[in-house]
Design a binder for this molecule. Structure first.
Ligand code: NDP
Length: 244
């Protein structure tokens, strides 16, 4: 039986893309899921589909930029299942553009969701995991958290931060596993928030080689499936044809 079976897994940003794919795959392996995002209709439909298929899932509408809502998501997990085994800090946004466009509101949004959202997630689950003397935090960074490219300075900064947070958590924890996953181009709704037309065009070209979200879902499953004394710390998953 899979090591995933019976584990209580919280996934943020579960209403589309990587988070949704991970939820579906983990449900098939017997995880008990607690799904968060802002779009309720999407979450509701996903939870209904998982439960109709014999899986076990609940949802709670959550804006990860709001600490109280992230705390409430963790509380929903404890209320429903009595523990928290895994947090997948997946929610993220990528409205990229060159710095000289001065899209400061979008910079702030990326910092709030991609960095603060990840930290709020960790704050919400860490006391429970410490009490349990076990737990696993999986943060979704990016290849943009390893290399910087034009128009992606702020997004990259947030994803470098995610890697730093993952590594810091790893160093500080003896009982809690920390996994940082850095995807390359993956088909999802992520690029839809790019408001700068030239940037959107360039990203559209790159994403012609994008791979499916299941590739990342498999990596998440792989990290969770390892025995408790094995901590998969870093995974980078690109399309084979992606140059950078
Ligand atoms: P999607 O846009 O398809 O999914 C993003 C998810 O995050 C959605 O479920 C969205 O749900 C949620 N989200 C956005 N803002 C918030 C918020 N404030 N509070 C709660 N949830 C929020 O993109 P992906 O699946 O691609 O993105 C998932 C992660 O993967 C992100 O962290 C992204 O940076 C990362 N990534 C993606 C890559 C790619 O090529 N696709 C490459 C590298 C990393 P809702 O709108 O309902 O709140």
């Amino acid at each position: 039986m899979s090591e995933v079976n019976g584990k209580v897994v919280i996934i943020t940003g579960a209403s589309s893309g990587l988070g949704e794919a991970a939820a579906r795959m983990l449900a098939l392996k017997g995880a008990r899921l607690v799904l968060g995002a802002r779009r309720e209709e999407r979450l509701k439909a996903l939870v209904e589909a998982i439960n109709a298929d014999g899986g076990e899932a609940i949802y709670r509408v959550t804006d990860v930029a709001c600490r109280e809502q992230v705390d409430a998501l963790a509380e929903a997990a404890r209320d429903a299942f009595g523990r928290i085994d895994v947090l997948v800090n997946n929610a993220g946004v990528m409205p990229i553009s060159p710095l000289n466009r001065l899209k400061v509101d979008e910079w702030e949004r990326m910092i709030d969701v991609n960095i603060k959202g990840v930290l709020y997630g960790i704050a919400a689950v860490l006391p429970t995991m410490r009490d349990q003397r076990s737990g696993h935090v999986i943060n979704i960074s990016s290849v943009a958290g390893q290399v910087v490219s034009p128009a992606a300075a702020v997004y990259s900064a947030t994803k470098f931060a995610v890697r730093a947070i993952s590594e810091g958590l790893r160093q500080e924890s003896r009982d809690i596993r920390s996994t940082n996953i850095s995807p390359g181009a993956v088909t999802s709704e992520l690029t839809e928030s790019i408001s700068d037309p030239r940037t959107a065009e360039g990203v559209g070209e790159l994403y012609k080689l994008a791979i499916e979200p299941d590739a990342i879902a498999r990596a998440i499953v792989f990290a969770i499936e390892q025995p408790g004394d094995v901590d998969v710390n870093e995974l980078t998953i690109r399309p084979t044809r992606q140059p950078l």
